[in-house]
Write a protein that binds this ligand. Structure first.
Ligand SMILES: [Zn+2]
Length: 148
């Protein structure tokens, strides 16, 4: 975990904000630096470039053929665009009824590896893998001991 001590000065707050913004940008699959081209550097497909509230950019999939219903999109992948053109990711917030959203191109780019969209399922699967290995080991030991 990072430093949990509260910043005391404006400089420390600015540093904390920069660290938090960077972490969110990485989590969101956002793009730092100057405004990127609409075309993905990996596959060449064009997306809609929007600034984020933390000063990075996101390349959103075009809304065609139709906007997505947020409850069909995994948490942390639901993007919305405000009237000024800035995009934000609703993270783990529950979607509002009748809302629509967009997704970032990086989760559907055909030329890059998709990030883990359901980390809790991945963690649960890993825990079950370990439990299954322990069960197999115990059953093998029971068979060897003749106690099964
Ligand atoms: Zn791409």
């Amino acid at each position: 975990m990072g430093d949990t001590k509260a910043p005391l000065t404006a400089t420390e707050w600015a540093a904390r904000q920069q660290t938090e913004d960077h972490a969110q940008g990485v989590r969101d699959g956002a793009i730092p630096g100057p405004r990127p081209a609409p075309e993905c550097p990996d596959c060449g497909l064009a997306g809609d470039i929007h600034p984020t509230y933390y000063g990075w950019w996101t390349r959103l999939e075009p809304e065609d053929p139709e906007p997505l219903l947020p409850h069909t999109v995994p948490p942390r992948q639901r993007w919305h665009v405000d009237t000024g053109g800035s995009a934000w990711n609703t993270q783990d917030d529950e979607p509002l009824p009748m809302a629509v959203c967009q997704i970032s191109h990086h989760i559907v780019c055909p030329r890059t590896e998709r990030p883990d969209l359901t980390p809790w399922l991945t963690a649960r699967t890993e825990a079950n893998r370990l439990r299954a290995e322990l069960l197999e080991g115990r059953q093998a030991q029971d068979d060897q001991d003749g106690t099964a």
